[in-house]
Design a protein around this ligand. Structure first.
Ligand SMILES: [Zn+2]
Length: 114
């Protein structure tokens, strides 16, 4: 039985606004999200406070969403420091296929969708 499923890969990039950044963000810094992995190909550091604001949205952005779902339209996350002008832009950058069996030992869900 085919147990494959597909997730979007994500890029999360620091973008500026007309308000100065008071944290140590640098415009253009980014990390990738592929499956459960956060990948920092060039960025050596990333604010844990900013990361805490971004993390809850990532699993939803990896998955297909209803066209009316605000999680689909909203892709710009503010820095949790109210004095900081940084924003973090989440972009879908392709897909990757995964195997259910390689992600969990739980059986594939057979019931109705709640
Ligand atoms: Zn900030």
């Amino acid at each position: 039985m085919d147990d494959k499923f597909t997730l979007f890969n994500l890029k999360v990039e620091v973008v500026g606004t007309d308000q100065p950044m008071v944290c140590r963000h640098k415009e253009g810094d980014y990390f990738l999200v592929i499956g459960e992995d956060l990948i920092f190909p060039e960025t050596n550091s990333f604010s844990m406070y900013a990361l805490s604001a971004i993390l809850p949205l990532l699993p939803a952005k990896q998955r297909p969403l209803h066209a009316n779902d605000w999680m689909l339209s909203d892709s710009l996350i503010a820095c949790p420091d109210p004095n900081c002008g940084a924003r973090f832009k989440i972009t879908r950058i392709g897909t990757k296929e995964f195997s259910h069996a390689e992600c969990t030992i739980e059986p594939i869900h057979k019931g109705d969708q709640p």
